[in-house]
Design a protein around this ligand. Structure first.
Ligand code: PMP
Length: 403
């Protein structure tokens, strides 16, 4: 008998399964709205022009090599990422209260955070509260690290807007000192973000209840084109003197998906806590990846440290977020023009890569089987998959299944 005979089958990952189905579909009308990756208006992956420039610079650098990065990662990346997320003038950075470690993109940052919290959370029986719904990997990562995972209400499934009263109530009723996972901006999968005023209310409850915030920030600058606006919630919590962990990904905003470029930041209330925290994060990183991956870090570090490239990057992000916004508005307008039953303003109102359309699992199945239109079973579409060549087809397909 095999040593592995007692290994049970793992549940299939919905998104990966969808991408296999979509790849196998050769119909000319096929539209893939599943994958969370930016596409240009011709439906192709987009290498940001600024990334291209940074790559050229690296290729021409006679001192470039493929040595290991040091523990902690590439300083050009980690220091640039800190300023990006907390603000260049952040008192927390100036006071030496922030430690940043390079990770395997946003997923790796989540995992390092999860393992760190499992070992050092206070109290040890604290659960991790995630939004209902959230990015599918959150539960998997935190459960794999050994946490109990619970949900707080987030999406109002009738209005497809934020259920702020449900969210606040759940966070208030949770035992004190729990860990609360928050999406910094461009909530995945719903595209629903709290307003600035609602963030204040969320911060109030988290502070009152002594919860520990963990921000997952996978779309800074990609959401609105404005890196400061997209960091509002994180900076608000820091300004209130709250401690936190922050996972940061450069997959979407720099288009470095496969290069696995990201960081985990720890913000402490006093600089004294930083040496021990940084030593533990370094130890965990050493035990899992030894050293972080270099190529994407060099690209992102080059862009973040050079004023001209940085400004160009902001323009590139603006281009992505504007195209997505245009597609949101177009899809809403076309559905309204077709007289598609229901209201479609939420498609325009939501933000970031995704829209929670409100389509049912059954409708999603019909769209996939009869119209070659791929989206996740919860009715989430990647708006970046829409373009001027397929938007009429998509609107008409949705119209037909909703009727
Ligand atoms: N968190 C959220 C909320 C995400 O949407 C994603 C990307 N799908 C990630 C983390 C991690 O992505 P990556 O590991 O590619 O940076």
């Amino acid at each position: 008998m095999s040593y592995f005979a007692k290994v049970p089958q793992a549940p299939a990952d919905g998104i990966l399964k969808l991408s296999v189905l979509s790849k196998a579909d050769t119909n000319a009308n096929k539209v893939d709205l599943g994958v969370g990756a930016y596409r240009d208006d011709s439906g192709k992956p987009w290498v940001l022009p600024v990334v291209h420039k940074a790559e050229q610079r690296l290729a021409e650098d006679p001192t470039a090599n493929h040595e290991y990065l040091g523990v902690g990662g590439l300083p050009a990346l980690t220091s640039g990422a800190q300023k990006l997320i907390f603000g260049a003038d952040s008192p927390a950075i100036k006071d030496g209260r922030v430690y940043t470690i390079q990770t395997i993109s946003g997923t790796g940052a989540n995992m390092v955070a999860a393992v760190f919290l499992k070992q050092f959370k206070q109290p040890q029986d604290a659960a991790v509260y995630i939004s209902k719904p959230t990015w599918g990997n959150h539960r998997s990562i935190f459960e794999t690290a050994g946490h109990e995972v619970r949900e707080y209400r987030y999406c109002n499934y009738t209005t497809l807007g934020l259920d702020i009263s449900g969210m606040l109530e759940d966070l208030r009723k949770a035992p004190r000192n729990q860990i609360v996972l928050l999406h910094a901006c461009a909530h995945n999968p719903t595209g629903i973000d709290p307003t600035e005023d609602q963030w204040q209310q969320i911060a109030d409850v988290i502070q009152e209840r002594g919860h520990f915030p963990f921000f997952d920030c996978a779309y800074q600058g990609f959401a609105t084109g404005d890196v400061d606006k997209d960091a509002y919630a994180i900076r608000l919590f820091v300004a209130r003197g709250m401690e936190m962990l922050v996972a940061e990904s450069f997959a979407k905003n720099m288009g470095l998906y496969g290069e696995r470029t990201g960081c985990l930041h720890a913000v402490a209330s006093t600089a004294d806590a930083v040496p021990a925290v940084s030593s533990q994060l370094n130890r965990l990183s050493r035990a899992t990846i030894s050293t972080a991956s270099a190529y994407g870090a060099k690209i992102a570090g080059t862009v973040l440290q050079d004023t001209r490239l940085y400004n160009e990057w902001v323009e590139n992000m603006g281009e992505m977020s504007r195209r997505i916004k245009t597609m949101r508005d177009l899809l809403r307008d076309k559905l309204v023009a077709l007289g598609t039953p229901g209201t479609w303003d939420h498609v325009s109102r939501q933000i970031g890569m995704f829209s929670f359309t409100g389509l049912s699992t059954k409708q999603v199945g019909v769209l996939r089987d009869q119209f070659h239109l791929y989206m996740t079973d919860d009715g989430r579409i990647s708006v970046a998959g829409l373009n001027s060549g397929n938007i009429d087809y998509v609107a008409s397909a949705i119209d037909q299944v909703v009727r």
